[in-house]
Design a protein around this ligand. Sequence first.
Ligand code: HEC
Length: 152
Amino acid sequence: MLTIHLSRAFLLSIAFLVFCSTPLFAIERSTSWDIPGEAKQRQNPILPTQASIGRGILVYAKNCQVCHGSRGDGDGPSSLSLGVAMANFMDPAIQRQSDGSLYWKITVGRRAMPNWQLQLSEEDRWHVVNFLRTMFSASDQHGGTHDDATSK
Ligand code: HEC
């Protein structure tokens, strides 16, 4: 009798814990993408040369296009099945962010956005930042000379 009693109490407390932790998880995962100050200010060590952007195209086509789409507007085939709001790289709010911020977001990910820290080398993550800037910036469509918009 006693054992039945105890195990029921045990099960109930487990159920209670699960119940409590689920919404906490949801809250934690939906918090804003707080970028540490030093990550924001981190300088891109790789110049947006043709070679870098070329490498960025390859990285993007292989890893990112499935969600973000060939036009960077979040129109990739996986965006439908995921049913989540995809980032639109043409959005000035994204282009206004520093290279360091974009790099950090690519590195850590959030929700449906994967974490690329282990999948891509540091260089490839910077190359893809250079590519996003050049390719999807409304004012710099053709990837000519690139002024670094981020000031010190
Ligand atoms: C599985 C789908 C998926 C893949 C693959 C993916 N992303 Fe994302 N990405 C997302 C989603 C969804 C968001 C929005 C996440 C959020 O707001 O919580 C996002 C957000 C971003 C952002 C932040 C934009 C902003 O709002 O500031 C950047 C930058 C980005 N992705 C770059 C990349 C790069 C580069 C790759 C390839 C290396 C990539 N993503 C691959 C789904 C994906």
